[in-house]
Design a protein around this ligand. Structure first.
Ligand SMILES: NC(=O)c1ccc[n+]([C@@H]2O[C@H](COP(=O)([O-])OP(=O)(O)OC[C@H]3O[C@@H](n4cnc5c(N)ncnc54)[C@H](O)[C@@H]3O)[C@@H](O)[C@H]2O)c1
Ligand SMILES: O=CCCC(=O)O
Length: 499
């Protein structure tokens, strides 16, 4: 693991791309400066250099964005669903055509290796395509009441103006996963991008406008003051929906705020995924799955495997093979050819990862590989495996959000279930076994919104993504995703044969 210096992207290419990114707020179809005139800097986590300065929205801009969204709602809801779907389809094509730009921009502002950023473009664009197809299928139903008299007409209507708040770790996919179903359903939006990685949303919003989205439908307010700027919107009765992706801690606070107006919410929150390897697992497949579940996005994913719960009969072999694969994971700036693991997002995140590792080691764990930050510029952390981790240590209960894999062992299936469920989170779990019945049993017994059965990644635009327990409320993607932006209205019709 070394930090190398062989860029595959020239400074000129980076400069030209950054120059093409709008730096204003998007309100009612116009890019404009913040009312205060303030800006904030966006930094490259691999080098610390400033990439761009963006207009810094404040409460006045938030209010203007909601004004625009509220004003556009009625006419937007009347736009035929086919037309809304076609806008999404054009956006899918535009994002795909500019895939290299989106990938490089994400690598620059977030740090992930270019190959991973390309993967996110494909994943993120898929939400545009999926919901372009779903837009025309938001049906209601007609039925005759059981007593044969009244007629029941059930329709689906857009919930209305939505506030969408996204995290920094998947700058494109987290935005498309919300914007696409909202467009498909006929909702207008205020999007608050993450202050650490707002550039991708700037480019994405420009693409949505190019695809034909009418003014006011999507308003974008990058800001360095999230709470102050969005707080008043959450209490504004014109807002009808909050869709938040981020930490459980912030999600809880927003849920409390949303209760004031009984605001409808979707909450995609933190995770603490167990990765269970049974004694009958294909160990090489389990190691390949572990690499994906742990190192995708440098471990900075809500879906990242956080606790490796491995049958005691194969724990040593699993750790050895896992470490051999980890040893090939070169840490380097995402724009460098060898990069397999980019920097963590900031110093605070890297320090937290190291604190969890230090705490586990003090409690008796041993680093099979890694265990320290990488010297030099950027917030790199060595891919790390810890063996002999004991129950009760912080690393098993807190989100690591870094390339660190703690291993604990179990003996019986009941014990594996107990360990896996021993968390306040319930987003995703991974199970590796050759026994289909056991796989099904684990699906039934694990408290999780999603399960990867012999699979290290579950993310798929066509599937309902979301958690149980303190991992959140609601689902994104799949058939369920559009429902989050629709409400059901029932019209009771008197017996058409009476009198
Ligand atoms: N379940 C999922 O689908 C999913 C997906 C990605 C990330 N996450 C979770 O997100 C977290 C990492 O992302 P993060 O560090 O950006 O999370 P975060 O909670 O710190 O921030 C998320 C977003 O909320 C904003 N925010 C922060 N305080 C706010 C406030 N008071 N009012 C309004 N907005 C506020 C931030 O600016 C950001 O845009 C992890 O916990 C991860 O598991 C969950
Ligand atoms: O960070 C969580 C989102 C990850 C994903 O959608 O695959």
């Amino acid at each position: 693991m070394t930090v190398t210096a062989q860029p595959i992207v020239t400074a000129e290419r980076e400069g030209a791309l950054l120059a093409s990114v709008p730096t204003g707020l998007l309100i009612d179809g116009q890019w404009r400066p913040a009312a205060s005139g303030k800006t904030f800097d966006v930094e490259d986590p691999a080098t610390g250099r400033v990439l761009l300065s963006l207009a810094d929205a404040g409460p006045e801009d938030g209010a203007a964005a909601l004004d625009a969204a509220a004003a556009a709602q009625e006419s937007w809801a009347k736009v035929p669903s086919r037309e809304r779907g076609e806008i999404l389809r054009r956006a899918f094509e535009l994002v795909t055509a500019r895939a290299e730009d989106f990938a490089l921009l994400m690598t620059l502002e977030m740090g992930k290796p270019l190959a991973e950023a390309r993967g996110e473009v494909t994943y993120g664009a898929e939400f545009l395509r999926w919901f372009s197809e779903e837009a025309v299928r938001a049906f209601g139903r007609y039925s005759v009441s059981p007593d044969g008299k009244s007629r029941l007409l059930v329709t689906k209507k857009p919930v209305g103006p939505c506030l969408l708040i996204t995290p920094w770790n998947f700058p494109l996919a987290m935005a498309t996963r919300k914007v696409s179903p909202a467009v498909a359903a006929g909702c207008t939006m205020v999007l608050k991008s993450a202050n650490l990685t707002p550039l991708t949303s700037q480019l994405f919003a420009a693409v949505m406008m190019e695809a034909g989205l009418p003014a006011g439908v999507l308003n974008l307010i990058p800001t360095s003051t999230a709470g102050a700027t969005t707080g008043p919107l959450i209490k504004d009765s014109r807002l009808r929906k909050l869709s938040f992706t981020g930490s459980t801690e912030v999600g809880r606070r927003l849920l409390a705020d949303a209760s004031e107006t009984v605001l409808r919410t979707s909450m995609e929150l933190g995770g603490n995924a167990p990765f269970v390897v049974f004694e009958d697992a294909d160990i090489d497949a389990a190691v390949a799955g572990a690499m994906l579940a742990k190192l995708r996005n440098m471990g900075e994913a809500c879906t990242a495997a956080n606790r490796f719960i491995v049958h005691e009969s194969l724990a040593d072999e699993f750790a050895e093979k896992f470490a051999a694969k980890m040893a090939d994971m070169t840490t380097a700036r995402g724009t460098e050819a060898e990069s397999k693991v980019g920097p963590l997002i900031d110093a605070k995140s890297r320090d937290k990862v190291h604190e969890l590792v230090t705490d586990a080691v003090a409690a008796g764990a041993v680093a099979v590989i890694g265990g320290a930050a990488v010297d030099g510029p950027g917030y790199f952390y060595q891919p790390t495996i810890l063996k002999g981790v004991t129950e009760g240590t912080r690393i098993l209960s807190e989100e690591i959000f870094g390339p660190v894999a703690p291993i604990i062992t179990f003996d019986t299936e009941d014990e594996a279930v107990r360990l896996a469920n021993n968390t306040e989170y319930g987003l995703v779990a991974y199970v590796f076994t050759r026994d289909l019945n056991r796989g099904i049993r684990m699906g039934e017994r694990l408290e999780t919104g999603m399960l990867g059965l012999n699979a290290g990644v579950v993310s798929n635009a066509a599937a309902p993504f979301g958690g149980v327990k303190q991992s959140g409320l609601g689902r994104e993607g799949g058939l369920e995703g559009i429902e989050e932006y629709l409400y059901t209205q029932y019209i009771g019709i008197a017996d058409p044969y009476a009198g």
